[in-house]
Write a new protein. Structure first.
Length: 81
């Protein structure tokens, strides 16, 4: 998957958690990326600040892959930056 929204999510994750953007693929789970529940909350906050779309803790708890994050953001009308 290579969309501008995916690229934005990968950039936020790489910057916030110091990970290589190349590992932030659509199929990657939070576990694959070494992110625990606290990290998921931090990610939601960082994505909200970067993309201007609110992601709450309950929504994040329902997600398990990077692709699901991208799909949720796109469904909320987020614009890649």
């Amino acid at each position: 998957m290579s969309s501008s929204m995916h690229d934005s999510v990968a950039e936020v994750m790489a910057n916030r958690f110091g990970m290589d953007r190349d590992i932030v693929v659509a199929e990657a789970t939070f576990d694959d990326l070494g992110l625990d529940s606290l990290s998921q909350i931090e990610l939601a906050t960082a994505l909200t600040k970067q993309l201007g779309v609110e992601l709450d803790d309950d929504e994040m708890a329902e997600l398990s892959t990077v692709g699901e994050i991208v799909a949720l953001l796109e469904s909320k009308g987020a614009t890649a930056r």
